[in-house]
Design a protein around this ligand. Sequence first.
Ligand code: UGA
Length: 447
Amino acid sequence: MNITVIGTGYVGLVSGICYAELGNRVICVDKDRAKIDTLLGGGIPIYEPGLQELSVKNREAGRLSYTIDLQEAVRQSELVILAVGTPSLPSGEANLSYIEQAAAEIADVMNGHKIIAVKSTVPVGTNERVRDIIRSRTSESFDSISLPEFLREGSALQDTMHPDRIIIGADNHEAAETIAELHRPLTDRIVVTDIRSAEMIKYASNAFLATKISFVNEIANICEKVGADVTLVAEGMGYDKRIGHAFLKAGIGYGGSCFPKDTRALIQIAGNVDYEFKLLRAVVEVNQDQRFSVIRKLETIFDGRLEGKTIAVWGLAFKPNTDDVRESPALEIIRHLTRSGAHVKAYDPIAISNFQSMYGEDSGVEWCGGAMEAAAGADALCLLTEWDEFVQADLQELQSILRKPILIDGRNVFKEEDLAETTFIYYSIGRPRLNQGVKEEISALHY
Ligand code: UGA
């Protein structure tokens, strides 16, 4: 099939490359010339394991091309996929201006029947809006499809090539069948719905996953007070098939470009039809508060005085295996630390430069070139992203280079046996058993 994908962000680029890998002829279009130049030069503008190799392979096979020329791309394609961004407006609503602009541009260059599929995450009713825009500008025939995407950053290729399900929202059986055929090599679990239900499935899925995370984080906070261990609680709960183990990892809360944005948008979508989504509001509130659990633990240790302390931070990306720092908990945690007068030594294996651009100037932060360099001489270390490099760190070495052996594990990566041979003052999330003895040791430090 000849396919144009508009937008080379995570969703557009990964889907485009994967459709090419399936044997289709794919043209990826973006307005951003620098991005297209990077792609044409054999590079990839985002960090995603395996993506660059697959891009090069499919370009060499003649199935994949990159361009800023939307007209030429659309004219050569039967299927046009919209995968442009839908960032949050200040109200929380999704900003649809990129989608609307792309729809108008497609309409203006159409040359015969097309299927127009929307892969961007869009509020219910947006596909109809796209259809109206195109109809108002062209007499060419077309079919609208909602084709929500469920890939995760960091495992995007695996998720795209082995999806749990494909959701196709359509009001035309033939167009739905064409899109189903395109995805059949990936899975048999293809669900065809009406367009509005498909749009809702995407938001409901992200909101539910975010709810699981906030739920387990609240359980973790209670575990700390009642002396239970949240990792054991989550394990025990997860064996119930109705619950499952996924997305029950307690920590400092969710970040990224999707859950924060989509939960806010769904609250707003509900609000627009006079429905208050109380549960989701609480999910967002719990998540916002959870990132400060790291600060609260530091404040307990240092008797509320962070001024003059040197705090090492391991991990700036919102999760491992990505250089994405959008809504990363590290942004607010570091800002709070420096405002409290602490000096921060920050390190991430991949995301430092993205973090610097988003965070901005701050004389209170020292950017470090390695994990141990960041930890050296610090009064405490906070682990905020569970990169393998941190999970596998030599804890003996770490203990010896910290000024005081204080380790705040915001992602519960270390196990009891890892800590057995160490004398860390160790705090994690919802595992008070591992924190035993902490109080006495803190007082012995005479802070
Ligand atoms: C998420 C969804 O998982 C994808 O299905 C969806 O396609 C995507 O949003 C999107 O809408 O585009 P992503 O944001 O890439 O994917 O990352 P996740 O792996 O879902 O993690 C999101 C956040 O939740 C991270 O900050 C992660 O650390 C946190 N998390 C995840 C937890 O705190 N605990 C968990 O158990 C799982």
